[in-house]
Write a protein that binds this ligand. Structure first.
Ligand code: CU
Length: 168
């Protein structure tokens, strides 16, 4: 337990250092969105501002976050936000040299095993936007867990370029 907590603490230090860099390059707020409620801990929530040019209905934006601690195994069943008509988890993988995204109906979360939604991998996708958040805004998000219930958090929106520098 002590070892796991120490590891988690050093990991957090690295992520905080990364977010400071984001703040320096885009002038946004330091620190990702987080929530700690009903045994579920969400950290490092961040969303790249979507590029404009098309109507909001055709726009998408990704949300990245880490679910790092759960009191018991749980399942993320659905997601809601006032800024999009559709919000769900996407799986992202390479298939015949093409980057493919597929909606996932439910995301299992094991106890004490972190789930990272990060660039290049699984992520939350907001589709069919109602309004288009800009860098510096924050997006309210509700994650509905089967056992823990609704977890609310605010996701800081950062410039896409600032986020790209942290992609694997
Ligand atoms: Cu996606």
């Amino acid at each position: 337990m002590t070892t796991a907590r120490t590891r988690a603490a050093s990991r957090r230090t690295v992520l905080v250092a990364g977010l400071v860099t984001v703040a320096c390059s885009c002038g946004g707020k330091a620190g990702g969105g987080s929530a700690d409620q009903n045994g579920i801990r969400i950290t490092d929530a961040v969303s790249p501002a979507p590029a404009g040019g098309v109507s909001p209905r055709e726009m998408t934006m990704a949300v990245y976050l880490t679910i790092s601690e759960t009191a018991a195994a749980d399942t993320l069943d659905s997601i809601a936000t006032p800024v999009a008509r559709t919000a769900r988890v996407h799986d992202e993988k390479m298939d015949n040299g093409m980057q493919m995204m597929m909606p996932v109906s439910a995301l299992p979360v094991e106890r004490t095993h972190p789930v990272r939604l990060a660039p290049g991998g699984s992520h939350i996708m907001l589709e069919n936007l109602v309004r288009v958040p800009a860098s510096g805004d924050s997006v309210p998000l509700v994650l509905f867990f089967r056992h823990a219930g609704a977890i609310r958090l605010k996701v800081p929106v950062v410039s896409y370029g600032a986020l790209d520098s942290h992609a694997p």
